[in-house]
Design a protein around this ligand. Structure first.
Ligand SMILES: [Zn+2]
Length: 277
């Protein structure tokens, strides 16, 4: 057994054996009070408990603190965190940022940012999907948020494979960027404004789930989810009556906008041998 620590301090409560330490942990796993007169956290450290190299057993990552309560030290187990034997010891997780591929900005600059008709809005997101394939920056999906009048607020493309992030579907990217651009998580600002989300393919289960909280009022769709399934994409466990579910929350759904063009992009991706997930 190896005990590895990232600070030059380690507290054993009452035992120098790992097994006893772990059993001691479980007895002392109640959260210490973080404030109040009787308890004062002095300092803490974290370490991972490893099994022998090559074994796949994982142990909880332990947070060890020295505290003073009735003059006794405390131990605390972070049961929500697990470490694998090859994990680094740091808890400094990287920030997550969403960055559109470099080709998007020039494309938008060439097109302008006003799209009066819903067909023009759909044409833009299909073009985003198609370029995402030819540029090899992600899956064959594009999306964008527009004001109801047609002002482009934010484009989005699928970044799952290029960013190694399963949640970065085109709709999620467009919604997140639109919310960042407007500085509010509810695009409608509590019903004051109306927005379209245009998607080159009907939303998967995740994106369907995200739409009601985004503040868009209308969903414009190109290809059907069945079209994406036809080339092997997993659209997830969606409600059979997903459109009615959105309508019931005040979100209008318009389907089949430029559907043949949208399908052609899916098929071009499949023909190119792109990753299907
Ligand atoms: Zn999705």
């Amino acid at each position: 057994m190896i005990i590895h620590k990232n600070e030059p301090f380690l507290l054993f409560y009452s035992s120098n054996s790992l097994e006893n330490l772990l059993s001691t942990e479980s007895r002392l796993s109640a959260e210490p009070k973080s404030s109040g007169n009787r308890f004062q956290s002095v300092y803490s450290s974290r370490f991972n408990v490893y099994s022998e190299p090559g074994r796949d057993k994982v142990y909880p990552q332990l947070e060890v603190g020295v505290a003073i309560e009735n003059r006794l030290p405390y131990l605390k187990v972070r049961k929500d965190k697990y470490a694998t034997p090859h994990d680094e010891l740091t808890m400094n997780y990287p920030p997550i940022s969403i960055e559109l591929p470099a080709w998007v900005q020039p494309l938008i600059a060439a097109k302008g940012t006003f799209f009066p008709s819903i067909e023009e809005r759909m044409a833009l997101v299909i073009e985003l999907a198609a370029r995402n394939v030819t540029e090899k920056t992600g899956g064959p999906f594009g999306a964008a948020v527009f004001s109801i009048q047609g002002q482009l607020i934010a484009p989005g493309v699928n970044l799952v494979t290029s960013a190694n992030c399963s949640i970065l579907h085109a709709e999620m990217v467009a919604l997140a960027l639109a919310q960042k651009t407007l500085g509010r998580f509810d695009l409608s600002d509590n019903g004051k404004f109306s927005f379209d989300l245009a998607a080159s393919t009907e939303p998967c289960a995740m994106c369907f789930g995200a739409i009601p909280w985004s503040g868009v009022n209308r969903l414009l769709c190109g290809a059907r989810d069945a079209d994406a399934r036809a080339i092997g994409f997993d659209e997830g466990p969606k409600l059979p009556d997903w459109q009615a579910a959105l309508q019931a929350r005040g979100i209008t759904v318009i389907r089949d906008l430029l559907r043949p063009e949208a399908i052609a992009t899916l098929q071009a991706y499949a023909a190119s041998g792109g990753a299907v997930y």
